[in-house]
Ligand binder design. Structure first.
Ligand code: F6R
Length: 342
């Protein structure tokens, strides 16, 4: 997508199609990057991302990708308040697409009062006014926060990489590469429509491991917000120690397990997925397994998110609902803000 294309004129489905182009839509400002480089470890002793819903997921993904190599703690907060261990040695990256989400604003103020180093990613709003301009990555306005994920990730991940003293990912190059490869990849996987048809009238349970665990969570939230339908996300190995006991109830309760498989699985995890699948099948549960791949974990994550986002939009179509609006979220926010009484 070119810089001059008006993203606000696009439907949710075309925004999902443009996912890889959106990675290159808004580059991190040079001065913001330089500030992050100056704050790199050992100055920064921990990084926390803050945000809710569609604005939180980029932080969760970045953390899952960086956890393997980071020498300092990385954590995310989806609440009004930060945990007690976060102090002025930490850097906090606050994300709110609208800039008006009350939990996020409260957590920003909490971080500020503790003397944390702060960065913000937003279109403006109150958050835009709170944070200094050179520490604010300004996103283009006018789309749903969850559709802005590629743009948010293309800011949050490089910021975190700089703070960790690593070279930031070149999202412009990656965007081009993934857009080209998307066409090749299309033929090698089931159409998202097929998965959407499979989960229609069922409750999908997306099961992911390590860097695909936040992808499973993203898929759950996209089914909720785009298709206005129930979905769950589970993580391996943890789900093998509790959820597996519910296998016999899956058929009756119309739960559709969807295993998100990675080419980066170690042998233990590969055996775990296979065993989980066998146990479910013994209980006459239809198990859907989707194999993702990529030349890096980041690429694999991005392919997987784009694919599963497309599933959620196809499901919205099948269900005859509008994937764009989130009337219940808006209603709840209006009630909490005291603008509406029920
Ligand atoms: C709507 C969406 C929501 C919002 C959330 C927080 O598309 O994804 O989950 O992201 O309500 O709002 P913002 O992102 O404006 O802070």
């Amino acid at each position: 997508m070119q810089e001059n294309v008006d993203i606000t004129r696009n439907s949710m489905s075309s925004l999902v199609d443009a996912f890889f182009s959106l990675l290159a839509k808004k580059r991190l400002q040079e001065n913001t990057q330089q500030i992050a480089e100056k704050l790199a470890i050992p100055k920064t002793e921990g990084i926390c991302t803050v945000g809710m819903g569609g604005s939180s997921i980029a932080g969760q993904i970045a953390i899952a990708l960086l956890n393997d190599s980071s020498s300092i703690p990385l954590t995310f907060v989806r609440d009004y308040q930060l945990p007690a261990f976060i102090d002025d040695r930490w850097t906090v990256i606050t994300v709110s697409y609208s800039g008006t989400t009350e939990e996020t604003l409260s957590a920003y103020n909490d971080a500020d009062s503790r003397g944390c180093e702060l960065f913000s990613v937003t279109t403006g709003g109150e958050l835009g006014a709170l944070c200094s301009s050179e520490r604010t990555h300004v996103l283009p306005k006018g789309i749903q926060p969850r559709a802005a994920l590629p743009m948010i990730l293309a800011a949050v991940l490089p910021l975190m990489q700089c703070l960790l003293g690593n070279r930031p990912t070149d999202f412009e190059h990656l965007s081009e590469k993934l857009t080209d490869r998307q066409k090749e990849l299309k033929g090698s996987m089931k159409e998202p429509q097929e998965i959407a048809t499979h989960i229609h009238q069922r409750i999908p349970a997306f099961i992911g491991w390590r860097h695909l665990a936040p992808v499973a969570y993203r898929a759950k939230t996209q089914i909720n917000e785009n298709a206005k339908s129930t979905a769950y996300s589970l993580e391996l190995p943890e789900a093998n120690h509790n959820e597996i006991e519910a296998s016999a109830a899956y058929a009756n309760q119309s739960i559709a397990p969807i295993l998100l498989r990675s080419t980066y699985e170690d042998e233990q995890t590969r055996r775990r997925f296979e065993a989980t699948s066998k146990i479910l099948e013994q209980e006459s549960v239809e198990v859907e397994s989707i194999q993702f791949s990529g030349e890096s974990k980041l690429e694999e994550v991005l392919y997987a998110i784009q694919y599963l986002d497309a599933v959620s939009v196809r499901l919205a179509d099948i269900r005859g609902v509008n994937p764009m609006g989130v009337p219940q979220i808006s209603l709840l926010k209006a009630i909490l803000a005291g603008n509406i009484e029920l």
